[in-house]
Design a protein around this ligand. Structure first.
Ligand code: FAD
Length: 322
């Protein structure tokens, strides 16, 4: 028996969200007294893989196929299914990130395994295998019981802080017998912006809304984000108006983020926006309208004009950091 964890990568580095999944899976393995085995695909440095031992993996099965540098869901589903059979896995863990959201449901159907998407707590074994998750856009919790022999869990990013130890995992080449027919989707182009912190992995997010009046004013958001080492985000109308790219849009119809700190600038706090950010650990709202609904969800609020407040805040952070 074992726990299998899919550890996805980006440009040769294991993603932070995947490290969280490995740590989560390793804790389950520890509780069950069985090994935690990570599965990695694509071209990744061996030291990067053995470092998964720091998060509790005892072994890494590595499919070093360059076609998987962008994980193709169909092919990876097959790989993980074969790893599950090889290692006789009873629990399979993914991050609830982009890859996990597409691979885990396919694996669930293939293995006829119960699946909890977006776990925010470790399983409770006192009543079987019960996993806590958010429902209704973060307005409530559900404790979901998985009763099938094989159990799949995807872990909500940024729900567990990383605490690496000193272990080292053995790395084993894994031949999953892939054929061209397993690659049904081809990644044509990957666009990245250099220096940008990936939004869904960021510990701090600085987000702007329609209160900033236009794209030409985004410099104050970017300066604050840069000073804090934060990712930038925006409300939906801002992305819809073309002021910011759509991959920055957070909310019910955009990305869900759970950073340690979410700073909302000139955003009213509509329920559809809150749905994507209300899992943030600390929320700071800057808005000139004291009645803006976002203040009700805020831990700290600043009533003031963003064009005065934000540059001052950036200066204060710079001074603090020395
Ligand atoms: P506004 O509502 O126009 O608010 C601007 C705010 O800026 C105001 O509170 C104002 O007081 C403040 N302001 C103005 N000037 C300044 C200044 N100088 N300094 C400081 N503050 C200032 N929205 C999302 O964001 N994400 C979603 O995923 C999403 N999904 C949706 C799905 C559906 C089905 C629907 C119907 C709507 C959805 N929306 C979503 C839209 C949502 O309802 C709101 O319309 C939107 O969030 C408002 O964006 P905003 O706060 O940037 O703009």
């Amino acid at each position: 028996m074992s726990v299998i964890i899919f550890a996805d990568q980006f440009q040769g580095k294991v993603k932070k969200s995947a490290l969280e999944a490995v740590q989560y899976g390793a804790k389950i393995a520890q509780q069950l007294g069985i090994p935690a085995v990570a599965v990695a695909v694509g071209e990744i440095d061996g030291t990067e893989l053995s470092a998964l031992g720091q998060y509790g993996a005892s072994k890494v099965l590595h499919v070093a196929d360059g076609r998987l540098n962008e994980p193709e869901a169909g092919a990876v589903t097959k790989i993980v299914a074969e790893a599950v059979a090889k290692e006789n896995a009873s629990v399979i863990v993914f991050s609830h990130n982009f890859a996990g959201r597409s691979i885990a449901p396919q694996l669930s159907a293939r293995l006829k395994a119960g699946f909890v998407a977006g776990a925010i707590g470790l399983p409770d074994y006192s009543a079987g295998f019960v996993v806590k998750k958010n429902v209704f856009s973060g307005k409530a919790f559900a404790n979901v019981s998985i009763t099938t022999d094989k159990k799949i869990v995807s872990v909500m990013p940024n729900s567990f802080s990383l605490s690496p130890g000193s272990g080292s995992a053995s790395v084993e080449a894994f031949a999953a017998g892939l054929s061209d027919a397993d690659f049904k989707i081809k990644t044509v182009k990957v666009e990245t912006v250099s220096g940008e912190v990936p939004l869904t992995e960021a510990e701090i997010v600085v987000s702007g809304g329609r209160g900033l009046k236009g794209p030409e004013h985004w410099g104050i958001v970017e300066d604050l984000a840069h000073t804090l080492g934060a990712a930038t985000a925006c409300s939906r109308p801002v992305a819809d108006s073309g002021w910011r790219p759509h991959h920055e849009h957070v909310g019910q119809t955009g990305f869900t983020v759970r950073p340690n700190l979410y700073i909302a600038i000139g955003i009213s706090g509509a329920i559809q926006h809150l749905a994507g950010v209300n899992g943030s650990k600390t929320i700071v709202v800057i808005n000139k309208d004291p009645e803006a609904p976002f203040f009700k969800a805020a831990d700290y609020g600043i009533v003031g004009d963003a064009f005065e407040v934000v540059p001052k805040l950036t200066e204060a952070v710079k001074k603090y950091k020395g």
